[in-house]
Write a protein that binds this ligand. Structure first.
Ligand code: ZN
Length: 296
């Protein structure tokens, strides 16, 4: 969202200049919610077990180890072009192997070329939408592209692409390409221990409210028009009232006034149905997936 960032930055600068001339107030003092200190992890997290363990790695990035099958979704472990609030819980050089990396869309807070360049030699396959696959092939990455609704296997895990609506580039002033809805996706990840929905970045779509309840949602609650918005996120939470919500896309990028990055878990907890299932992970902290039917 570089253009949006630029516009927002220019707006902030304009506002700041205005503020300096009219109000003697410190600039940029709005508080931004941030997670607890990262819990670094290493190769021990890649070992086989009977469990499916999920770790948030910051922003939209997650590491999933399902009974020894390992994958990352949207890893952003290095080289971002905005200031970040913490060090990633694992560096690419410490990743021993990955069966797959799944990328939801081409924005660089999800499709991190510096990260994927470092992970390329130790990853079985990169998976993405057809458009992101074309970008990856241009980089020389080993990758496979899929359509919305397509299913593919990573070991014993089955992954289905879920729809997303995030074609903000079509409305940017320096538009260079017409983006299709299918250029962005989410991933429904079916493991032996339950299903995980990695939503991706999206406006709320009707399809997001009628799924079989997942056993965990990698949950974006950014109050931004190109994301679900807080209201839309609450609708998703209400549609799956028992599903644990592993918070995503918050507390990572230092941007207190920029809605894609400044969501606050405490605000969410006050409004959401069944707030006890909100899971605020520290970066790198392990969460063990449990099927809903066992919890009830
Ligand atoms: Zn994003």
């Amino acid at each position: 969202m570089k253009n949006i960032v630029l516009i927002a930055t220019l707006s902030v600068i304009t506002l700041s200049v205005h503020a300096q001339t009219t109000v003697k107030k410190p600039l940029n003092k709005r508080a931004q919610a941030t997670p607890h200190a990262p819990i670094p992890f290493g190769k021990e997290a890649f070992q086989k077990s009977e469990q499916t363990v999920i770790r948030w790695m910051g922003n939209g990035g997650f590491f999933i180890n399902s009974q020894g099958t390992t994958l990352m979704v949207d890893p952003l472990l290095k080289g971002f072009d905005m200031p970040v609030l913490f060090k990633a819980p694992i560096e690419p050089k410490d990743v021993p192997r990955l069966d797959a990396v799944l990328i939801t869309h081409s924005d660089n807070d999800h499709y991190s070329i510096p990260t994927l360049t470092d992970l390329a030699q130790l990853t079985g396959m990169y998976h993405a939408t057809a458009y992101v696959d074309s970008l990856m092939k241009n980089q020389g990455f080993r990758s496979t592209g899929h359509g919305i609704g397509d299913v593919f296997d990573v070991g014993k895990i089955k992954v289905t692409l879920t729809p997303a609506d995030h074609d903000w580039q079509n409305y940017a002033p320096n538009k260079t390409r017409h983006f299709k809805k299918a250029d962005c996706a989410g991933f429904l990840i079916r493991t032996a221990n339950g299903t995980i929905w990695a939503e991706g970045d999206s406006k709320l779509m009707p399809e997001h409210l009628t799924m079989v309840p997942p056993d965990a949602i990698l949950f974006d609650f950014s109050d931004n028009e190109w994301h679900f918005t807080l209201e839309g996120a609450l609708k998703i939470a209400s549609a799956y009232p028992d599903t644990p919500l592993l918070l995503s896309h918050w507390g990572t990028v230092d941007a207190p006034d920029f809605t894609p990055f400044n969501a606050d878990p405490e605000v969410l907890k006050k409004l959401v149905v069944n707030p006890g299932r909100v899971v605020v992970l520290a970066p790198g902290e392990a969460y063990v997936l449990k099927p809903l039917r066992e919890k009830q």
